[in-house]
Design a protein. Structure first.
Length: 274
């Protein structure tokens, strides 16, 4: 949760101008946040007075309950919800009827698609719920666009190789393909706002936030993987690599001379004509 808090703060400076433009001159907007976690980011992003209703969907029932208990009110409502379930559309229509929402002006997907078995299926499923002038806002990882200066040992590349195979970290290349997937699913007017999150020189605090967001969880993932499969030789090699190079990689990223750039895709689009 602390990592997610840091991530939310880090990405706020990239996302805020996007939402400011979407919200400009509008009123009574309805928002759907898919993958809302404990609701904290949902409330931070969509507390604007121009937003009147926000529905947050979260797969983890405990987190959805926590979100509703912490933030649920006449504006924010949170539900435990499996967006990959076959009855997704039916259940969402039931919620919308209960909440008296006829469509969404914003549908927000932040690092959600990377964890799905069928990206296209969800994008097609949510399309009917987006208003004609509504915006789909997507943030996804794109490790192929990541870069670290002065990395003579190729530590970033080795780290990303492990991350790509880590079953808990999802599909790290969704951001690279999303712009070609969206038209296939009936979306248009794709606008890419950012291709990376970067810090250089003396931006030490931002570098720390980038490290926490994009690097800190792999060690924990590998421990979990080893607990489940203690004799897995590949997992043992990952653990050995992290023991040898994790701290070195962190020091390199935090150096004044370094530039770290982690690939993400932040974009908006609208649904195409029927």
């Amino acid at each position: 949760m602390e990592r997610l808090r840091v991530q939310n703060n880090l990405l706020a400076c990239y996302e805020t101008p996007v939402f400011n433009q979407i919200f400009s001159g509008r009123q009574n907007l309805a928002v759907l946040d898919i993958g809302c976690n404990d609701g904290m980011k949902t409330v931070e992003r969509f507390s604007s007075e121009v937003v009147s209703r926000v529905i947050g969907l979260e797969y983890n029932e405990k987190l959805a309950t926590k979100a509703q208990q912490s933030y649920g009110d006449e504006k924010f409502s949170f539900y435990a919800f499996d967006v990959e379930a076959e009855d997704f559309a039916e259940k969402l229509r039931t919620i919308m009827k209960t909440e008296q929402i006829d469509g969404f002006d914003v549908i927000y997907l932040s690092f959600v698609l990377m964890h799905l078995s069928d990206v296209n299926k969800l994008l097609v499923s949510i399309r009917p719920f987006l208003k004609t002038e509504g915006k789909l806002v997507i943030i996804e990882a794109n490790d192929s666009a990541s870069y670290l200066s002065h990395d003579k040992q190729g530590l970033l590349g080795e780290f990303l190789k492990i991350l790509k195979k880590d079953k808990y970290s999802g599909n790290r290349e969704v951001g690279a393909s999303i712009c070609s997937i969206l038209p296939e699913c009936g979306y248009e007017n794709i606008c890419v706002w950012h291709d990376c999150v970067s810090a250089s020189g003396r931006e030490r605090e931002k570098k720390k936030a980038i490290f926490t967001t994009f690097f800190s969880y792999l060690s924990e993932d590998v421990l979990l993987l080893l607990e489940s499969e203690p004799e897995n030789e590949e997992y043992k090699l990952w653990a050995e690599w992290l023991d040898c190079y994790y701290k070195t990689l962190k020091r390199l990223i935090l150096q004044k001379k370094s530039t770290i750039s982690m690939g993400i895709k932040l974009l908006t689009c609208t649904k195409g004509g029927e």
